[in-house]
Design a protein around this ligand. Structure first.
Ligand code: DAH
Length: 335
């Protein structure tokens, strides 16, 4: 008897589960709990049962009755809710707007750099990221086996192709194409075989600057870079030039901006030094003019590099260069 009750309960629960609308559910209810339903018949039959079996069997039938009643009610509610969702679908509502992306921090900084130098008369030049050894090194006065190549370890693409290690090759390409005077900047991606840390990555971004004309001097370089720094970071920023060496400039300097985050006191962004090294610069070496057929007796020029990732890190307080290429939306959607 107990087995019969349990089987019936199991079947009833299965059928309740399989009912996909309220009409089907009602049929199940009638089949088991209706006036001539199977469970109803069992409940009614209790009176005819031998008195010694009655308590146990009775208890089980009552339990089955409750279980099936509860399951019917629960399923009923679920089916009604689902129907309500369908009814609530208002097809006259306007569609969901696609979310609009934001500019990447490197795009923001590049646009600002281009705008400032644009006002100063610089146009934008471009060059390939897969560059020829000649433009990346040779014509910049860095012959094969020159020790300066050590700091530019890169990805060799086979033949004489390399992933450019700096934007300086664009200088050569511009001077090959145009006679002086030229005044260009060249922002773009660059590559080096680096050990990654907070400020070094295998792919990074630079902006090259080149101004060649008659009478261009170191004073122009200092003045223009200082003006640029003030436009980008405000009047309080100082620019420091220190002697350095680059094969394609003579004399050469490295230049830094004073840390506007901590006012030169030393902080995490400037690594406690109060200064941010931006890159190198100098007067274009006459040997470079030789490669592009410029008359170095008549023309002089200045050139500079600029680490765009660094500028963006400085300006927006970003602590790791790797965030630029990780595509984490939590980072990118702050702008
Ligand atoms: N190309 C150099 C680098 O990536 C930076 C640089 C130094 C660029 C001096 C220049 C320059 O134009 O004149 O390390």
């Amino acid at each position: 008897m107990i087995d019969r009750i349990e089987n019936m309960e199991r079947r009833a629960l299965e059928e309740i589960d399989q009912a996909t609308d309220t009409a089907a559910l009602e049929e199940v209810r009638i089949r088991y709990m209706g006036r001539s339903g199977q469970l109803t018949a069992l409940l009614r039959g209790m009176g005819d049962m031998a008195p010694e079996d009655r308590p146990r069997t009775g208890q089980r039938v009552n339990l089955a009755n409750r279980t099936v009643t509860d399951a019917l009610a629960t399923r009923q509610r679920a089916l009604q809710d689902a129907a309500a969702v369908v009814e609530r679908l208002d097809i006259t509502l306007p569609g969901r707007r696609p979310s609009i992306g934001r500019k990447h921090p490197l795009t923001l900084i590049r646009e600002e750099v281009v705008a400032i130098f644009g006002e100063m008369g610089f146009t934008v030049a471009d060059g390939p990221e897969i560059e020829r050894d000649y433009y990346n090194f040779e014509a910049l006065n860095i012959p094969a086996n020159h020790p300066a190549r050590d700091t530019h370890d890169t990805f060799y693409m086979g033949g004489d192709r390399v992933l450019r290690t700096h934007t300086s090759p664009v200088q050569i390409r511009v001077m090959e194409l145009y006679p002086p005077p030229v005044r260009v900047i060249a922002p773009g991606r660059t590559y080096r075989h680096e050990n990654p840390d907070a400020t070094h990555a295998f792919a990074f971004h630079q902006c090259e600057g080149l101004y060649v004309a008659q009478g261009v001097s170191m004073a122009h370089l200092k003045g223009d870079l200082t003006y640029f720094a003030r436009r980008l970071f405000g009047k309080a920023v100082k620019v420091r030039f220190r002697p350095d060496f680059f094969p394609f400039t003579e004399p050469s300097v490295d230049y830094s901006f004073s840390c506007v985050v901590c006012n030169e006191k030393g902080c995490g962004i400037c690594k406690g030094t109060g200064w941010l090294e931006i890159s190198g610069a100098g007067m274009v070496d006459p040997a470079v003019f030789g490669f592009v057929g410029y008359d170095s007796e008549k023309y002089t020029g200045y050139a500079f590099g600029m680490g765009l990732d660094r500028l963006a890190m400085f300006k927006y307080g970003i602590e790791s260069i790797h965030m630029f290429l990780e595509n984490d939306l939590r980072f990118l959607s702050q702008g």
